[in-house]
Design a protein around this ligand. Structure first.
Ligand code: UDP
Length: 374
């Protein structure tokens, strides 16, 4: 009989599910037909109303509600309510999750969400499964929230060394935490290919520098204004603009007249090809996109970040000289134009620095450790 691996996530943003899927894919590649895997949004699908509706507030909180998010981050990192409130949340919630654990009978539990660790370990024990390993895979890159760290887990994987240091500071014993990099889909793992060929295949000019502009999976932030500013400023270049699932943005982009060669995309499933064709990336500071950019050897212009979990990402990129923060569309456009100047040593240096931060093997490493623990 196949052994069962249970991933605990919640769809607050797309990153937790994406990371779980990347590890899942790696598990099946390493050991085909060996494991049954379950990726469960515990919060939305296994808690009663109205608790199950709380994650729906996340897009608003990290968008228009950002001042409130900042306050919540500050309070929750200081008071650490996850240690008291969530584990004791309610007997009904507890009963449902324990029942679900009994139904799956996992051989290992992997949490890929900051709020699934303390409660996950507690309810694993309550379900009479204290003997099965519990792994946390942290998906915030650098400035991790203390809720990620439960000292009782068997193993904790983190994307970067600064995140490891914080994990230890938050009470995890050093031998239980390993730096693996951020798990991203295996389609990224091959790394950069023939840039000129990829440009041609995407209908771009092989000899013009190309900027890729992305606002995460949801086409978040001032993507339109950034693209317009680049089109008016970076005359020597060309652009790919990804609207993601933001149909309104895609329509607006399609209706504009572009001063430089421009390709508009909706949600793409060939991001490695787009990154491979690009010479630089303009993006919000999402950990998935940043880690994929490192693997594609792409220097970054970070156009915005969520205060708290993404603050450290910007610091990390700038400290390693793999890119810079520029939040104003005109400033972004001027940086793009500057980086596109022929033989600009800044661009080649940043490209090398981005490449040095690449961890294409992260998902496979984590998958290997999970399977070893079963
Ligand atoms: N992405 C994609 N197609 C798109 C836009 C984005 O596959 O059209 C992927 C991108 O490659 C990355 C993820 O969506 O893997 C976005 O994750 P990130 O952590 O950067 O940001 P989030 O959207 O989760 O805030």
């Amino acid at each position: 009989m196949k052994k069962r691996i249970l991933f605990l996530i919640s769809d607050t943003g797309g990153g937790h599910r994406a990371a779980a899927k990347a590890i899942d894919e790696a598990i099946h590649q390493l050991h085909p037909d060996t494991y049954e895997t379950y990726i469960e949004d515990i919060w939305k699908d296994h808690t009663p109303w109205p608790v199950n509706k709380i994650p729906n507030a996340y897009p608003w909180m990290t968008g228009p509600g950002i001042p409130m998010w900042k306050l919540l981050w500050l309070i929750s990192t200081t008071v650490q309510p996850h240690k008291v409130i969530f584990p004791g949340v309610s007997p009904v919630v507890e009963r449902r999750i324990v029942r679900f654990f009994h139904q799956i009978q996992p051989h290992i539990i992997v949490s890929v969400h900051p709020l699934m660790n303390h409660i996950g370990v507690k309810l694993r024990n309550k379900a009479g499964m204290a003997h099965i390993p519990f792994v946390t895979t942290v998906t915030d890159m650098v400035s991790i929230h203390p809720a990620w760290i439960c000292p009782d887990v068997t193993l904790c994987t983190v994307p970067t060394e600064p995140a490891r240091q914080l994990a230890v500071e938050f009470g995890l014993s050093p031998e239980r935490v390993i730096v693996t990099g951020q798990p991203v889909g295996l389609k990224f793992a091959a790394g950069p290919k023939d840039k000129a060929g990829l440009k041609r295949r995407l209908g771009l000019a092989a000899n013009r520098p190309a900027a890729l502009i992305v606002g995460g999976g949801e086409g978040f932030g001032p993507v339109y204004d950034i693209a317009r500013a680049i089109a008016k400023t970076a005359h020597q270049g060309q652009m790919m603009v990804v609207a993601g699932r933001n149909a309104h943005l895609q329509q607006k982009l399609n209706q504009a007249r572009w001063e430089i060669p421009t390709k508009i995309f909706g949600f793409v499933d060939n991001m490695p090809a787009l990154m491979g064709a690009a010479d630089m990336l303009v993006t919000k500071a999402g950990p998935g996109t940043i880690s994929e950019a490192f693997i594609a050897h792409l220097p970054l212009i970070v156009s915005g970040y969520i205060p708290g979990q993404e603050t450290g990402n910007v610091v990390y990129i700038q400290e390693h000289h793999a890119g810079r923060l520029a939040e104003n569309p005109l400033e972004i456009a001027r940086t793009v134009a500057d980086w596109m100047k022929p033989n600009n040593p800044i661009l080649s240096q940043m490209t090398q620095n981005a490449a040095a931060l690449a961890r294409p093997e992260a998902a496979l490493t984590i998958a290997g450790r999970i399977c070893d623990l079963i």
